[in-house]
Write a protein that binds this ligand. Sequence first.
Ligand code: AMP
Length: 228
Amino acid sequence: MKVALLLGPPGSGKGTVAELLRRAQGGYVHFATGDMLREEVKNGSDVGHEAEPYMKRGELVPDALIIHIVEQRLEMGDAEAAYLFDGFPRTLIQADLLDESLAQRGRTIDVVIYLATLREVILQRLTGRRVCKECGASFHIINIPPAVEGICDTCGGELYQRKDDNEETIANRLDVYNRQTESLIARYEEKGLLFSVDSDQGLESLMAQIEKRLGAGSAGSPQAGADA
Ligand code: AMP
């Protein structure tokens, strides 16, 4: 069973790749920490209240808080399931703690898919991004338009623009990525885990490369609570 990570700057297509993998093979537990945090904010939980100001500024929320929600989700999930981490880890501390958590469960990371993208492409992608309020599926007004404007193809939910997808916050998120997350590339490269793909190529060839690397049927059987 695979443990895969999606690594790349904001706007590199992590959410889109996760959604297309779900449609193609499904059956993995999806740890999208950004989605998990937005859900906490929506529910008005203590975690949501603490995280919201950081998210609005495009900064990383404190490691302790992220680790807490990931641990909680790991406890809920099937220990044998395939895992897809999307937007986590984002710091070296998070990466260390992920290794520890997985080791406690007799698991290790199998592959880190690095979505390499040009900075110019990112702004266009993020400002045109629309996300489903219900299921979190990601669309783009030009690149991946939904069949019906403003409506999710997957579940029929309403599409919205994320509050942090504005130019000022995007610039900050990219800066934060360069300062705090980029160093993870070297870490996983040294460990021989990095699979780097050009995320600016067409989606079809991008997905073909990723699926080939993950291997057919690698995701295993469907899990309750997957794709949150
Ligand atoms: P994303 O949806 O992955 O772009 O994440 C949106 C926001 O959630 C980020 O800008 C951070 O404020 C926060 N966030 C998501 N994942 C993490 C993480 N692993 N560590 C710290 N903050 C995170």
